[in-house]
Design a protein around this ligand. Structure first.
Ligand code: SAM
Ligand code: GLN
Length: 282
């Protein structure tokens, strides 16, 4: 069988199971099997596949057709132009979270100070923490997550991008934790899906992504309230907090932050949805 024939067959299988970009994903999975990038796949369509690669490819296509997000198959997701290793114990970093990382990075650049202390709450794969450390060399980042597997994944990503000497990982429950001293900037993409809505999420999310990464309590807002309760311990007097929010939550989260004395503003994502709430201490 040639690469072309295998990819064509896989495209059909993926299409039949309702996968949105079947051609692209079929090529991507072929690249993963061949340990090459997708442009290699397109440029070598006439090459024949070894029996072993062919069987491996069919297995992966079957797994994808059954609903596993391809990022858990290839164990990789790009975020802020960096490759992140992802495992089933952590959320796949989402493109809209780049809005938060970019807003935080421009705040840090403007600050222009020697050692900016950053806290990332619910670090997951480390997407936000590692990108900040990577793109702003003047940062020292603390990253907390309740999940051992997430922390292990984040550590691996910090090493991969050579910022492990500037990130300190803490495996703790944020609700039972207090920092030794406050930070200049706090960032977080916390779990924010309201508990009752979790079962309504697409199958690719509920069947594969860890529920601890999604469940924001009865109304989805419990992490924002906990940040507000702890704000004086978390943030320096000149400090700023940036949080990602779910669609429709920006007003409620701004209220929570304003009630603890922060000045708030909101950033939209590329689809126009209010996605990040910023809170500045006066
Ligand atoms: N920051 C990553 C990102 O943006 O891709 C992951 C965000 S994910 C939505 C939320 C993370 O919060 C998960 O990794 C989860 O394990 C962590 N988490 C959930 N409950 C927590 C708690 N009580 N304390 C600390 N971290 C928690
Ligand atoms: N963005 C995730 C989703 O699409 C939710 C992540 C979160 O709860 N922070 O389901």
């Amino acid at each position: 069988m040639t690469i072309f024939e295998a990819v064509r067959e896989a495209t059909g299988t993926l299409k039949n199971s309702g996968i949105e970009n079947p051609v692209w994903e079929a090529g991507l999975l072929m690249g993963f099997v061949l340990k090459k990038d997708i442009s290699y796949v397109y440029a070598h369509y006439d090459n024949s596949l070894s029996h072993e690669d062919c069987e491996k490819y069919k297995d992966l296509v079957r797994i994808r057709a059954n609903g596993m997000p391809y990022q858990y198959i290839t164990q990789n997701q790009e975020f802020m132009s960096l490759d992140f290793f992802v495992s089933s114990g952590c959320l796949v970093p989402r493109p809209e979270t780049e809005i938060l990382a970019e807003a935080a990075l421009s705040w840090i650049k403007e600050k222009n100070s020697d050692a900016v202390r950053v806290l990332d709450i619910g670090t997951g794969s480390g997407a936000i923490a590692v990108s900040i450390a990577y793109y702003a060399a003047n940062t020292v980042v603390h990253a907390i997550d309740i999940s051992r597997e997430a922390i292990e994944t984040a550590k691996r990503n910090a090493k991969k991008h050579k910022v492990n000497n500037r990130i300190h990982f803490i495996q703790k429950d944020f609700f039972g934790w207090e920092p030794d001293s406050p930070y200049d900037i706090v960032v977080s993409n916390p779990p924010y899906i309201p508990g009752p809505e979790i079962s309504l999420l697409p199958a690719g999310i509920i069947n594969y992504e860890p529920v601890t990464a999604l469940d924001g309590g009865p109304d989805g807002l419990m992490f924002y309230r906990e940040i507000a309760v702890k704000i004086n311990k978390l943030l320096n007097p000149e400090g700023t907090v940036f949080v990602e929010v779910g669609a429709g939550q920006a007003r409620s989260v701004s209220d929570i932050f304003e009630n603890c004395g922060l000045l708030t503003s909101v950033y939209r994502d590329l689809s126009g949805t209010e996605r990040v709430v910023r809170g500045d201490r006066k």
